[in-house]
Design a protein around this ligand. Structure first.
Ligand SMILES: [Fe+2]
Length: 200
């Protein structure tokens, strides 16, 4: 069967015990990752999965409840402090190969109310960069903002599946610490979205 690239931008989900998950994940940040920003206003780092297993049991339980714990490959912490510096979060796709990476499950942890995920139509490529999780490396393609136009946005305070195969970036309007946990799966969840009738 031919898999077609999903065209939806995001799908909101209900997360039971969200407040408890947020408390556990914020505690993980405070205990292990307070230096993650390294003096910058933006960070994207992978959280040790064993730390999450030990210290974020409600998050782990959530992954089991949605029947995706066995495919859980990585959790990235996407954080910002201060004004949004869009050069730190350029318009990009998470992989040049959408078959390899299309879906991220984003859960707001703290102060995501003034923050958005924004999607774009793009015309011109910019730099390549690289990212890795436990199972693969992906090539991140960025795009020039001058020739991009917004096609949709979602409050980052909204737990949701987001389509990371369509050009997007994070925008922040909150000067305080803003944290979001983005969960990734392997193999990529094309079947999951077809089977749950959540496809294109
Ligand atoms: Fe992304």
């Amino acid at each position: 069967m031919t898999i077609l690239q999903p065209t939806w931008l995001y799908k909101s989900i209900t997360v039971d015990n969200l407040a408890q998950i947020q408390a556990e994940c914020l505690a993980v940040f405070n205990k292990h990752y307070t230096t993650a920003f390294g003096g910058r206003g933006f960070t994207f780092i992978y959280i040790d999965q064993d730390i999450l297993r030990a210290e974020a049991p409600t998050y782990i339980q959530f992954l089991k409840e949605i029947d995706l714990y066995e495919k859980w490959s990585a959790t990235a912490m996407i954080g910002m402090i201060g004004e949004s510096r869009l050069t730190d979060s350029p318009i990009h796709v998470d992989s040049t190969d959408w078959l390899a990476r299309s879906y991220a499950l984003n859960i707001p942890i703290v102060n995501c109310g003034d923050s958005n995920t924004v999607w774009y139509n793009v015309a011109e490529r910019d730099e390549l960069s690289y990212s890795s999780d436990d199972t693969r490396f992906t090539t991140v393609q960025t795009f020039k903002p001058e020739t991009s136009t917004e096609i949709g946005r979602m409050s980052s305070n909204n737990p949701a599946w987001i389509n990371v195969g369509i050009p997007h970036r994070a925008e922040n309007n909150n000067a305080n610490l803003r944290l979001l946990f983005s969960t990734r799966f392997y193999p990529e969840l094309h079947d999951y979205f077809l089977e749950t009738n959540n496809g294109r």
